[in-house]
Design a protein. Sequence first.
Length: 384
Amino acid sequence: MTRRCARYGCNRQADTTVLPTVSIIAPGNPRIIAALDDASVHRRLDTAGMWDAIAAFPAHLKEAPALAQQVDWRSYKPTTPAGVCVCGMGGSAIGGDLARSYWEYESPVPMLVVRADRLPEYINRFWMVIVSSYSGNTTEALAAADDACARGSSILALSAGGELAERARARRWPLITVPGGLMPRAALGYSFGPVMLALMRWGVVPDREADLLRTAGQLADARAALEPTTPAVSNPAKQAAAALAGRIVCVYGTTGYTDVAAVRLKSQLCENGKAVAFASALPELNHNEIVGLDASGDPERLAVVVLRSSEEPKPAARRLDWLERRVAARGIPLVTLSSNATDRLSHLLSLVQMGDAISYYVAIATGHDPTPIPAITALKREIG
């Protein structure tokens, strides 16, 4: 039996102004719903406390101003750079992606995120380079830092410690040290907030510290609807996870609006949810991917998540409407997450918070501990 669910969580009394609405067209699964509402299942599977870590996202954001005070910005405030580059991998890089997405239509300088061990040739001594590695030992980030140093670029290091922090102290790079003890993907507030503050303190972008803190407060208020103790009947993240569990998930966003949130959700579904997931963005996916989805999409194995924002322009909205109708007509389970927040920052971060919660519940629904990442651990052991 197909279940149609709309606007979960919007009738709660807590501040849900940044809680995305969730619409679901998918087969119902009472067994999965029951497991998600069983506290003993969460205790048995979530052995390392992943829920507590990702639920602390708003609190981590609130710490950004204090963390940024570790740098003497009066002495480290160069002239307007030729560009800003964030170097990192995985959970450490996505903070740079969110900052780039938020600022790219306002910043007077180009911004990019490099997920590699070397920089593009055009990055030179006139660029600002932020090297982000939560562990401080990410091979690619360390190599990129050395590359930036050789080019004479201004470098800011962001880490909880490790080799990156040691190099920063030895070479007198400004260093923001963030609290440790987390999986990098659960430290997004620490990789995003300080990057935002650094760009503001440099004067590259407008000062919106108050907006960041206000959004963090709204996210904290809205989180109650997503907690494991909130029953699935009124928990939109649990409902979405029940529709996605055990399936290959295609996450679709819109370039310039929800594309980075889509990438974040894909990554979290892979790492937390132990699911196979992919992310694409309109309008590009409408020029290729929809053909394969339409012709070969298997309703028994696939699911589609569409991220929407009230900011999206009318042409994008029409394309998304068509895509949703097409997917539903093929019988592929469809989950739509719609942000109705009041500003761009809230749009981005509310979708991230919802996606992180969904990824956790997908793990619980499929009987996995959300914390271990055995394939990545094995790869690191193999290559040293």
